[in-house]
Design a protein around this ligand. Structure first.
Ligand SMILES: [Zn+2]
Length: 240
């Protein structure tokens, strides 16, 4: 049993039909879902699941991914196995998340390109995010320079491609090493790649926009020293 991750092939889908394949208390597993369950620094989606022509509607309170199955925790007794449901995500939340997530890729790509330093961590919220870098010097001038470069890249409207590669092929791409691709589970035979063509390449399971211009623009709102060679940058979407 496996949940088809519709958000992996089309992150712009905000509604889908699916079938309940398992029930565990108030949790249901579906054969397919558009709900991102969380992980990799991206928050889980919010939304509703309805069935029997919307006679019943439940709010999705929480999500979890156990092995290849995505579980949705509902706020009421769930439908039986075999029921066809309609899932609808909170699109405003998700789209903000896609834009913020993409902004982090641009930021990581620029810092790698300009300074050759690696990302050491990150966390996203719908309208803002933070990222840590193995960087020694981060002065005001440098921060302004990074912000300008990120906004230039957004304006340049790079296309973003999403595809999968066999594990060995992915491991052979030098650019992927910096994103710690070697930490991927050993049983993962295919690696999902998110590429901002000409700027950034990562092994990644999250949701992103299709073109960098959709991000709109960002501001660096905070910097923090997290150790001698570890710096934190916090960004916010301009139209927040
Ligand atoms: Zn990503």
């Amino acid at each position: 049993m496996k949940t088809k991750l519709l958000y992996h092939t089309n992150s712009y889908m905000y509604e889908c039909t699916a079938k309940v394949v398992a029930v565990d208390g108030d949790d249901i597993a579906l054969d397919a879902t558009i709900f991102y369950p969380g992980g990799g620094g991206q928050m889980a989606d919010h939304g509703v699941i309805s069935w029997e022509n919307q006679i019943y509607q439940a709010t999705v309170l929480a999500m979890s991914k156990r092995e290849s199955i995505v579980w949705h925790t509902l706020d009421c007794p769930p439908p039986h196995v075999g029921t066809e449901i309609v899932g609808t995500i909170d699109w405003d939340f998700r789209y903000q998340m896609m834009r913020t997530h993409t902004a982090l890729h641009i930021l990581g790509g620029i810092i790698w390109k300009e300074f050759g330093v690696q990302v050491t961590g990150g966390q996203m919220h719908p309208d803002r995010a933070r990222m840590d870098f193995a960087m020694e010097n981060l002065n005001k001038q440098r921060i302004e320079y990074i912000e300008d470069k990120v906004n230039e890249a957004i304006e340049a409207d790079y296309p973003i491609r999403v595809y999968t590669l066999p594990r060995e092929k992915a491991l052979a791409i030098p650019d992927l090493v910096r994103t710690k691709i070697n930490l991927l589970p050993a049983n993962m035979e295919e690696v999902r790649i998110v590429e901002i063509v000409g700027l950034d390449l990562q092994a990644d399971g999250g949701t992103h926009v299709n073109h960098t211009k959709e991000v709109g623009g960002i501001r660096i709102i905070k910097t923090e020293n997290k150790g001698r060679i570890n710096k934190r940058l916090e960004i916010e979407l301009n139209d927040h």
